[in-house]
Design a protein around this ligand. Structure first.
Ligand SMILES: *Cc1c(COP(=O)(O)O)cnc(C)c1O
Length: 451
């Protein structure tokens, strides 16, 4: 009998985060000040981030110690289980061994709490009283709301208006933790008022909500801004996922041939993949790392590797990353957490250097995989996580074709219990694939900033 579930004890929660920059052949390019075009120094970031996170953002140290208070809070739901998908393997009739790391057991329902807690911790420690952020479907908003509550910080969430109106449950979850949630674009900021003046019926976008949250934080001394993906320190905090998974696979006597995760801003992919990529970079281990994205927002597979803004109002530093252009409006797919025009500079550099792979899928094929997974393994994946499920199933089918036992590991980044309308749409046959417009993409890429 093979083991179904591999658990660790609390004592085996990692003591350090792993910083991939120490082992990258080409370190990432620095962020640039949007006004001067010069590399952004700590001074440029101080208005919105605490010093310790600025330090982590630029750090080249291989291991960064996790504060004891943060590890104590991680114990609420960590270590997370690693599960062998035996039922799915049987249904696929594949010789592959499929393992998933389940991050949906966090009280926020996804991996995002792994970084929300240290971010709230460092802000509190440096005397900040209030955090602002943006959220799309509400995964990040609910994580940071909870973390703020743990540390006694006020939390202000700018929620993309279309989600605010259509997805009330995560908003109510944020309210339950005491956060203030406003629909973005709002009348509270210059960025919001400018958008509303041009288009009173604007549905909002992540890029607009980021502009509002950054403006709010920059204007007040007691307030900082907090981002749930993309940045180096966020990817860093997520590496506890891969470190735990490595230890768990070791206990099962296995090592992965391929590691997959969904990729929006890149943080859950970085989290599970970087500790294995370390083995590839420093010991020459033969392991493939695959980022899975929606074909409606194909940042890595179709975007340009260039400096670009993180938001619509051009307030954030310029990041060297794969981008579809800061004005690109991805179509309204159900995996809201993957609808961002850019990607992590770390993930982007590694992809550019050929050290990781990327693949894109249409949403109907993604939901087909999600339902197949739920019917065999029981967990109903978040639409974002379902991209990794699709990728893992296709890897298992290729192993079957080749007649090879391959070990496949993927990150099940969150549960889909707040995404029932998406499942309803799929199950009723109404869900459609929404291709992005090739012309809109070309147009958007033609407006990348010149640096
Ligand atoms: C936000 C989110 C993602 C995408 O964000 P990354 O930073 O790319 O990880 C994936 N899965 C879930 C469940 C999410 O909430």
């Amino acid at each position: 009998m093979s083991e179904k579930k591999i658990l660790l004890s609390e004592r085996e929660i990692p003591t350090h985060w792993y910083n991939i920059v120490a082992d990258m052949p080409n370190p990432p390019k620095p962020p640039l000040n949007p006004a001067t075009g010069k590399p952004a120094g700590p001074e440029d970031l101080r208005a919105i981030f605490p010093m310790e996170l600025i330090r982590q953002e630029a750090s080249r140290e291989r291991w960064i110690e996790i504060p004891e208070e943060v590890r104590e809070l991680y114990k609420i739901w960590r270590p997370t289980p690693l599960v062998r998908a035996l039922n799915l393997e049987k249904e696929l009739d594949t010789p592959a061994h499929i393992y998933y790391k389940y991050e949906g057991v966090s009280p926020a329902g996804s991996h995002k709490l792994n970084t929300a807690i240290p971010q709230a911790y460092y802000n509190k420690k440096e005397g900040i009283r209030r955090l602002t952020t943006e959220t799309g479907a509400g995964q990040w908003g609910s994580s940071i709301s909870m973390a703020c509550r743990f540390f006694g910080l006020e939390c202000m969430v700018y929620m993309v208006k279309v989600s605010y109106n259509q997805k009330p449950y995560r908003r109510i979850l944020m309210n339950a933790f005491g956060a203030t949630v406003v629909a973005s674009p709002s009348e509270l900021t210059e960025a919001g008022r400018a958008v509303l003046a041009a288009d009173p019926d604007s549905n909002g976008s992540l890029g607009i909500a980021i502009s509002e949250a950054v403006e709010d934080a920059a204007k007040r001394d007691d307030t900082n801004y907090s981002l749930g993906s993309v940045l180096n320190h966020v990817c860093l905090h997520q590496t506890i996922i891969g470190q735990e998974a490595k230890l768990q696979l070791e206990k099962a006597g296995e090592y992965p041939d391929v590691v997959l995760a969904s990729c929006g801003g890149g943080s859950n992919f970085a989290g599970i993949a970087f500790p294995f990529l370390k083995d590839k970079l420093t010991e020459g281990r033969n392991v493939r790392l695959v980022a899975v994205e929606p074909s409606a927002c194909p940042t890595l597979t179709r975007g340009a590797f260039a400096y670009d803004y993180g938001d619509v109002a051009k307030m954030t530093p310029l990041l060297m990353m794969y981008t579809l252009g800061h004005e690109f409006m991805p179509p309204g797919i159900h995996a809201g957490g993957l609808r961002y025009h850019g990607d992590s500079p770390l993930v982007s550099q590694l992809y550019h250097d050929g050290l990781i792979e990327a693949v894109a899928y249409d949403q109907t094929r993604v939901f087909e995989a999600a339902v197949q997974f739920a019917r065999t393994e029981g967990f109903l994946p978040a639409p974002e996580s379902a991209h990794a499920v699709r990728g893992a199933i296709d890897e298992a089918l290729r192993a079957k074709e080749a007649g090879e036992k391959r070990v496949i590991l993927f990150n099940l980044s969150g549960h889909g219990h707040f995404d029932m309308s998406a499942y309803e749409s799929y199950l009723s046959g109404a869900l459609q694939d929404v291709p992005y417009s090739e012309e809109a993409l070309r147009e958007s890429l033609s407006r990348l900033p010149v640096v």
